[in-house]
Design a protein around this ligand. Structure first.
Ligand code: NAD
Ligand code: 6OD
Length: 487
């Protein structure tokens, strides 16, 4: 059965005004899921107009507590319809239920709950008189919603990453226009039904479908009535969006690519380090911006680590996404698989030892047309090989030995990216010392993807601009006014 994926504008699911559609196929086996209705420039204009009008309507009249209650209702409704969200996400991405039911869908709900609570508990800024130089004045800060927020999303964790932005945006009183990835239109569309069901006013949440340049992505990010653009995706796309945002001086929040290091010291609990690296390199078929594609292992445990990591990778189970024992789904598309396989070939050309993987698994006739790929471990590449320096976004990592702490910090930082790192050690002093020297926005010690949604999330260097999470999200989703009262 095929489904239509409509735009969601002013509380109504609608086809595109010029009748254009494109196919949505599942990467599991290439079957058609349904047709996506592409938004025209006029549709994007209508969505932005609906968002602007909502800011002047009943939405603006809600107290923070009332808005917070509505967002809790959104979260509860996602939970109530979690089977539908699960089915939609699995069809779009092919990811196994073991991931989608533990990570994607529960986080979709949690992203509303956390920010609904955060905005009720933000302390305001207040400086009593006198000022430090003796003036008779008291100062306090006001915060107001930024306005119409464009939310441009990738395909790897569609509901999770969209709601990570929509949750705080709405909690702060903004209205949003979401542009989901063309690869994963389903859960953003379904969320429109949830918004209507719980009574979020029309126009507060809008969805426009389409592509980037010459399509909904460009129409939205160049629209003059958008006040801020929050984007997650590739660094090159972020650069284009930043350029678009400069016209009209709109602010941007950018969460982009990474080439994240994992560092394993010889004193680490090796079982934990192996299990953690299996997750950080291969979870979601390696399509996680925080994933580890470069692993540095202290020489005394290098051979054992590589052997144990490769054994885990070789034992990976593929297949039916609804089987709870399936560990790995396909990549998002055959086109993306071709890109990842180019790196697999490049590794061989550059002289890598392919410890395991390197190709396409046999998943049987049922899934023969899907975008399946083997988890892959390499050793022996030069530090300047493209495989070691460029983001691949597949289930693969290069493992390299190191001898000293200074050496590994220099290797880890030798990248234009600065998103995340993972350090495995039982030496507490070393853990803190190394974490403080790594040029990343997020550093995990003896864990990976352990998330507290109140903390600052984002990257430095080419990995992004700004931080989201907890009160940090308020920096982007609100404007502040300082009131100075002369006494
Ligand atoms: P992408 O940049 O190709 O696309 C992301 C979104 O931008 C899509 O909705 C796309 O249609 C839209 N888009 C593309 N060109 C545009 C343009 N010129 N103007 C406006 N919109 C445009 O990214 P992707 O392939 O969907 O996702 C994978 C990338 O995302 C990887 O690089 C990954 O590291 C990154 N990512 C980063 C984070 C993070 O939090 N830092 C999280 C997830 C993914
Ligand atoms: O956990 C999050 O909040 C988050 N933004 C995760 C990003 C994962 C990237 O693929």
């Amino acid at each position: 059965m095929s489904t239509d994926f409509f735009n969601f504008i002013d509380g109504v699911h609608r086809p595109g005004s010029d009748g254009r559609t494109f196919e949505n196929r599942t990467p599991l086996d290439g079957t058609l899921i349904g047709m996506v209705h592409e938004a025209s420039a006029a549709d994007v204009d209508a969505a932005v107009g609906a968002a602007r009008a909502a800011l002047a309507g009943p939405w603006a009249g809600l107290t923070t507590a009332e808005r917070s209650d509505l967002l809790h209702a959104v979260a509860d409704e996602i939970d109530r319809r979690s089977d539908e969200f699960l089915a939609a996400e699995i069809a779009d991405t092919g990811k196994p239920v073991s991931i989608a039911s533990h990570i994607d869908i529960p986080r979709g709900a949690a992203n509303f709950r956390v920010f609904a609570d955060v905005v009720k508990n933000v302390p305001g800024e207040f400086f009593p008189m006198p000022t430090p130089d003796g003036a008779g004045a008291l100062n306090y800060g006001l915060r107001r919603p930024k306005g119409v927020i464009a939310v441009v999303c990738p395909w790897n964790l569609p509901l999770l990453l969209m709601t990570w932005k929509v949750g705080p945006a709405l909690a702060c009183g903004n209205a949003v226009v979401v542009k989901p990835s063309e690869e994963t239109p389903a859960t953003a569309t379904l969320l429109g039904e949830v918004m209507n069901a719980v009574g979020v006013p029309a126009g507060v949440y809008n969805v426009v479908h389409g592509f980037g340049p010459g399509s909904a992505g460009e129409f939205l990010t160049t629209h003059p009535d958008v006040d801020g653009i929050t984007f997650t995706g590739e660094t090159r796309t972020g650069e284009a969006i930043m350029a678009a945002a400069s016209k009209g001086v709109r602010s941007v929040s950018l969460e982009m690519g990474g080439k994240n290091p994992g560092i394993v010291f010889a004193d680490a609990d090796l079982s934990d380090a192996v299990a953690g690296t299996v997750r950080s390199a291969f979870a979601n078929t390696g399509q996680v911006c925080l994933g580890t594609e470069r692993v540095y292992v202290e020489r005394p445990v290098f051979d054992e680590f590589v052997e144990r990591l490769a054994a885990e990778a070789t034992a990976t189970t593929f297949g039916d996404p609804f089987d709870p024992l399936t560990q790995m789904g396909p990549l998002i598309s055959n086109e993306h698989r071709e890109k990842v396989l180019r790196y697999y070939r490049q590794a061989v050309d550059d002289g890598a030892t392919v410890v395991t993987g390197g190709g396409v698994p046999d998943v049987g006739d049922r899934y023969a047309k899907g975008a399946w790929i083997e988890p892959t471990v390499w050793t022996g590449l030069a530090d300047d090989s493209a495989v070691v320096t460029e983001e691949i976004f597949g289930p693969c990592c290069h493992v390299r030995p190191f001898d000293t702490e200074d050496e590994v910090v220099a290797l880890a930082n030798d990248t234009p990216y600065g998103l995340a790192a993972t350090v495995w050690t039982t030496d507490v002093g070393r853990a803190h010392r190394v974490a403080s020297r790594l040029e990343v926005g997020l550093c995990w010690v003896n864990s990976w993807f352990l998330r507290d949604l109140r903390t600052a999330f984002g990257g430095m260097k080419h990995s992004g601009i700004g931080r989201e999470g907890g009160v940090h999200s308020l920096e982007f989703y609100t404007e502040s006014t300082n009131v100075c009262v002369k006494i």
